[in-house]
Design a protein around this ligand. Structure first.
Ligand code: NAP
Length: 313
């Protein structure tokens, strides 16, 4: 890569979407350049065992799965650059990206797979106990809480959906919400409230997690009375929403009200020809590794066809 060279394809983000786009574009001889981003390997690198990714009947550790993706992308000649892009200019062609350390990259096509980040409540225990009973993904980790008593923080649709999902495994699921009314849609609220395994603690925040190797209890504070109590729980799920990593593109690409990139239905195309989006950055609904990989493949094929139409490849 040099400052004067114009890349065929630059991919932002190295989660399942970005690395799948890299595998496909590399195999199409497009010599892709991929920028690792804030969290190399994406959200799977902060989870433990992945049991629902097809092709791994015995399950696979999240970080190991991402290593496999990376090896496969490398095998076909993907070039990797560590670090972050701090600004993009999509108003002129080729598109220009500037990295945090001042490097400029010009490219004909851009695949955005910068993902989304789970929001955390911001207590130290979340980091300390992540993978030891604290999780921000019930779909990924719920299975490990069979017959246990777990708690979930949040009052929106995600919290209701995940609480309901967790009742398949857990003995009880206690929703801890900071107010006394839920933000979730009526239908999801009713479903959760009707479920005999789901209980609610209102007007309460989690102050700390008690336990060393596993979650044993939570320290809670009632926000109305100030009373601090201990609550027995063997797992803590945080379900207060996700933040799509789209800050770089604000004002240049269309987003929905939650900030997710908009793409033309059934494609990875954004409103700017040559700019494609894949994975969680454009997916507020499914957010699975397999769907991210699938849309990464779509973006690669869309980019390849776009370049073909330009006659530049
Ligand atoms: P959300 O609607 O923004 O709700 C977030 C919840 O977390 C709120 O109840 C909020 O409390 C709470 N919260 C936020 N920050 C917190 C903090 N620091 N500490 C404690 N609690 C905190 O997010 P979401 O539930 O992820 O939903 C996002 C969007 O996706 C929504 O439009 C939703 O309808 C949609 N969605 C739909 C489905 C479905 O239809 N199947 C499933 C999931 C999500 P407050 O209420 O006090 O603000």
């Amino acid at each position: 890569m040099s400052e004067s060279k114009i890349e065929n394809v630059v991919i932002l983000g190295t989660g399942p979407a970005g690395l799948t786009a890299a595998i496909y574009t590399a195999r199409a001889n497009l010599n892709p350049l991929i920028i690792s981003g804030e969290q190399p390997g994406g959200q799977l690198t902060i989870t433990t065992e992945v049991e629902n990714f097809p092709g791994f009947p015995e399950g696979v550790q999240g970080p190991e799965l991402m290593e496999h993706f990376k090896k496969q992308a490398t095998r076909f000649g993907t070039r990797f650059v560590d670090g972050n892009i701090k600004s993009v200019d999509l108003s002129k062609r080729p598109f220009t990206l500037t990295s945090a350390d001042g490097m400029t990259i010009k490219t004909q096509t851009l695949i955005i797979s910068t993902g989304a980040s789970a929001k955390w409540i911001g207590i130290e225990a979340e980091k300390r106990m992540m993978g030891k009973g604290v999780s921000a993904c019930a779909t990924c980790d719920g299975f490990f809480f069979r017959k246990l008593d777990v708690a979930i923080v949040g009052g929106g649709d995600t919290a209701m959906e995940e609480a309901t999902f967790l009742t398949r495994f857990a003995n009880t699921v206690t929703v801890i919400h900071r107010r006394d009314t839920l933000r979730a849609s009526k239908i999801m609220q009713e479903k959760a409230m009707k479920n005999p395994k789901i209980k609610f603690i209102w007007d309460t925040e989690v102050l700390d997690v008690i336990g060393d190797k596993a979650v044993e209890a939570l320290r809670l504070r009632n926000l109305k009375t100030g009373e601090v109590t201990q609550f027995k729980a063997e797992g803590l799920f945080i379900a207060i929403g996700h933040e799509p990593n789209t800050q770089l593109f604000r004002g240049q690409l269309e987003t929905n009200e939650a900030g997710y990139l908009k793409v033309e239905a059934g494609t990875s195309k954004t409103k700017i020809p040559g700019v494609f989006a894949a994975g969680d950055v454009a997916d507020p609904v499914y957010r699975q590794a397999i769907t991210a990989a699938g849309t990464g493949c779509m973006a690669a094929i869309d980019a390849e066809r776009y370049l073909e139409d330009l006659g530049s490849h």
